[in-house]
Ligand binder design. Structure first.
Ligand code: SF4
Ligand code: SF4
Length: 480
């Protein structure tokens, strides 16, 4: 493996690494826009320029670090006076037509152009010619809009659709300062199930997600590590929500407790740096109207009364059955197994089935099983299809997805659900349970990787964690 020198310090490099890769791995900072660790090298932004020291007294020369293979003994300067001067000129060039409208840009606070500008340029434009005007709001798809004036034509978004999502949905029209990123006319980008990743990888604020457009400044938000429950891949994500210290008092208070956006949480073993668009829309799943009131045959009750009634029903049942949620966390599933596993016959059900028009499965991330924890649920409770034994006189249904017309005639019903549903009021005992954002836990994906999610939003009054509810049922299990 070659050893080379960065700023006079010996650095070990892996075979085939470029100067940029080896420098970043060794902790040396080199700025870049168009380079991305998961995309091919384009080498068009030129800001990663470094100086290579000439051999045997020869002159130093400049080269872009992203496309320069390392050779044994090579000596590279990443922050020399010459390098800084070239980067300054490159940034002046990149900013020639950029509107610098950071004050109204969703990328402000996360923008690589802001960061590199202040690190290497920091001066007003040297140009006396008016900036080229372009489309400020161009819809690339139903989900993604483009501000052409902010685009620095790095081609990351185009390469993403060619190399990662494979939709080939984006291209660049025209040349020079008339270059425009555009979607192909056949709607491929609109159908790209991973299209929103281009918003993350756009180094500037040119690509914007419609579901986050002008919604919040990012410095008011906090990211909590979580797991997407949208399918058995279990992609790790960041759930962005309002920081407590920036709580809104005057505007809609719902904004303090809602998910503002979802972004990938890079995870080499599960999803790399990507997620699908369904993962971006978790707010639509989590923020459905909630069930907040325990009920006994439709009559409001306290959580204690509901737990007591559930205990009595389990005590009295001769042949109780539990339908286990494949959205339960590892911890909740273990609690159910520990407390009731020997008392009830259990079947794992699919809480969610593919929605009409949803991508069923593909070769990148999306899995046909639209539940996050089928693996652990089946490991603990088996994979037999739901079949009620003769004489079933009590059914505990945990979570969504059960067709209540299949309930055995005359059987009592204990129902644990988080959302408003017509069946809630018909159950003998209805218990409103917390959702993933209101508790911590973990899921195990179809490959056996366990990923943890943290609590990020407060649990509403009247709601209990399923794990706690199962613990309360222990008395019944032990008595039986
Ligand atoms: S829209 Fe963003 S990612 Fe695409 S070419 Fe322009 S700057 Fe690069
Ligand atoms: S691939 Fe599955 S787990 Fe990953 S973001 Fe999409 S729905 Fe969620």
């Amino acid at each position: 493996m070659p050893d080379f020198f960065i700023n006079g310090q010996p650095v070990h490099a892996e075979k085939g690494q470029t100067v940029l890769q080896a420098a970043l791995a060794a902790g040396f900072y080199i700025p870049y826009f168009c380079w991305h660790p998961n995309l091919s090298v384009a080498g068009n932004c030129r800001v990663c320029v470094v100086e290579v020291e000439g051999e045997n007294g020869g002159e130093n020369w400049s080269e872009i670090a992203c496309n320069m293979p390392i050779s044994e003994g090579m000596r590279v300067l990443t922050d020399s006076e010459g390098v800084r001067a070239q980067r300054k000129q490159t940034l002046q060039f990149i900013l020639l037509n950029h509107p610098v409208d950071c004050g109204i840009c969703d990328k402000a606070g996360e923008c690589m152009l802001q960061d590199h500008h202040y690190a290497y340029n920091g001066e007003p434009s040297v140009s006396t010619v008016p900036k080229v005007k372009a489309t400020k709001y161009h819809e690339l798809s139903e989900r993604v809009v483009l501000d052409n004036e902010r685009c620095i034509v790095c081609s990351r978004c185009v390469r993403f659709t060619r190399e990662i999502s494979k939709s080939h949905g984006l291209g660049i029209q025209n040349r020079g300062d008339h270059s425009l990123v555009r979607a192909t006319e056949d709607g491929r980008f609109n159908r790209d199930a991973y299209s929103d990743n281009v918003v993350d990888i756009c180094p500037v604020g040119a690509l914007l997600a419609k579901n986050f457009l002008h919604k919040a400044r990012v410095w008011y938000l906090q990211a909590t590590p979580s797991v997407c429950p949208g399918c058995a891949r279990g992609c790790t994500v960041n759930l962005w929500h309002r920081k407590r210290e920036w709580k809104l008092n005057a505007l809609d208070p719902k904004q303090n407790t809602e998910i503002a956006r979802v972004t990938p949480l890079e995870n080499a073993e599960v999803n790399g740096p990507w997620i699908c668009n369904k993962g971006r829309d978790l707010a639509a799943i989590f923020e459905r109207p909630r069930a907040l009131q325990p009920l006994l045959k439709g009559r409001p009750a306290s959580l204690d009364e509901a737990a007591g009634a559930a205990r009595r029903l389990i005590d009295e049942a001769k042949r109780p059955v539990a339908l286990v949620s494949s959205w339960g966390s590892n911890e909740e599933l273990a609690a159910l197994k520990a407390r009731l596993g020997g008392r009830v016959t259990s079947f794992v059900k699919a809480d969610h089935l593919p929605a009409p028009g949803e991508v069923l499965e593909d070769e990148l991330l999306i899995r046909a099983d639209k539940n996050p924890n089928t693996a652990t649920a089946q490991q603990l409770f088996g994979s037999a299809p739901v079949a009620f034994p003769d004489g079933t006189d009590l059914v505990l249904v945990w979570g969504e997805g059960f067709d209540f017309t299949r309930l055995p005639r005359g059987a009592k019903l204990i129902y644990l659900n988080s959302y408003l549903a017509p069946e809630n009021g018909h159950a003998d005992v209805f218990v409103p349970i917390s959702i993933q954002t209101e508790r911590a836990g973990s899921y195990t994906n179809f490959q056996g990787h366990s990923s943890r999610f943290e609590r990020c939003l407060p649990k509403p009054a009247g709601v209990i964690d399923a794990e706690m509810f199962f613990a309360n049922l222990a008395v019944a299990a032990e008595v039986a």
